[in-house]
Design a protein. Structure first.
Length: 122
């Protein structure tokens, strides 16, 4: 029984130490503020809304930045959807992969998550 208790303690400590390293994907609902090509990627700044659940690990203030490669079929379709959303002002629901990468075209130390998907709302 003592050996089983020791295993439980070790498992609990291991999970506690690993928890800060686990990243959670963000989901943000708002309007597309900008669509900016930069260094081979397209960066999308979405704001005037809020997070659905926990916010991103990326420093973002009141908006969220997602990025994607426009050279893939997925990227081509995302670019079309996001430009439509920007031009019409429609609200979108976007989610990322949970990994914050620094180095966006926006001022300050703003990071981005790789875009996982987008949907028009309403």
């Amino acid at each position: 029984m003592k050996r089983f208790n020791n295993l439980l303690i070790i498992a609990g400590v291991s999970l506690t130490l690993l928890t800060p390293m686990i990243s959670f994907a963000s989901a943000y609902q708002g309007q597309v503020l900008s669509v900016t090509p930069y260094n081979g990627l397209v960066y999308v700044n979405v704001g005037n809304g809020g997070f659905d659940g926990a916010s991103s690990a990326c420093p973002n203030g009141s908006s969220m930045v997602y990025s994607f490669a426009p050279t893939t079929p997925f990227g081509n379709s995302m670019l079309a959807v996001l430009l439509s959303a920007k031009l019409t002002g429609r609200v979108v629901y976007m989610y990322g992969n949970g990994n914050c990468v620094m180095g966006t075209p926006y001022s300050g130390s703003i990071g981005s998550e790789t875009l996982g998907g987008v949907d028009f709302k309403g």
